[in-house]
Design a protein around this ligand. Structure first.
Ligand SMILES: [Zn+2]
Ligand SMILES: [Zn+2]
Length: 184
């Protein structure tokens, strides 16, 4: 089972759309997706960096991993509207750790308004789905893919995210299937 949880305030329709998409995609691979209770933001307050006014992404993963073990899930994906960063990077859209079986994505930089574009709810949700698929791919052992249309292509900016399809290319899909056979 893949457990999807919101962290703090996240619009219900984003969780619903991401849950439905990864739910139907991963169901075809034999893994059901469940939406769990929202986690309080203060679980992650030690990730906050007041100088940057951002949250250190990696600190989200151990608590999510602990939840994964409690719930006996294969993977946990957290969705937050908090702004995430990593050392050496201005921000990250999300991150994952295969060993921990955990990933987190941020919706903070996915809104068209953040880039001076007109609000577009459909585009916002599409971006969230792509980030979710990307980080779950990492959880299940996939690396970055050179195919810019593949959801496992690295997103340096939102333009890279918009070029991608929301799914794995045939090569990544083949690897994912193999990895899941070992895991399940
Ligand atoms: Zn990545
Ligand atoms: Zn690929």
């Amino acid at each position: 089972m893949i457990l999807l949880v919101s962290i703090g305030m996240v619009e219900g329709r984003v969780i619903k759309a991401v849950g439905e998409f990864i739910g139907s995609y991963y169901a075809s691979l034999g893994i059901p997706v469940a939406v769990g209770d929202s986690l309080p933001e203060n679980w992650f307050s030690d990730a906050y960096n007041p100088l940057r006014r951002q949250y250190l992404g990696r600190k989200f993963l151990p608590p999510l991993s602990k939840l994964r073990m409690e719930k006996k899930a294969h993977a946990v994906l957290g969705i937050t509207s908090l702004d995430l960063y990593e050392e050496g990077l201005n921000f990250v859209f999300g991150l994952a750790h295969a060993g921990l079986g955990a990933a987190v994505i941020s919706t903070f930089r996915l809104r068209p308004e953040s880039y001076g574009d007109a609000p577009d709810e459909g585009l916002f949700i599409e971006r969230a789905i792509k980030e979710a698929m990307h980080e779950l791919g990492h959880v299940f052992g996939l690396g970055h893919c050179p195919d810019e249309r593949c959801v496992m292509h690295f997103s340096n900016s939102i333009l890279d995210t918009d070029i991608k399809e929301p799914v794995y290319c045939p090569v990544c899909f083949g690897r994912l299937k193999k990895n899941l056979e070992v895991e399940l």
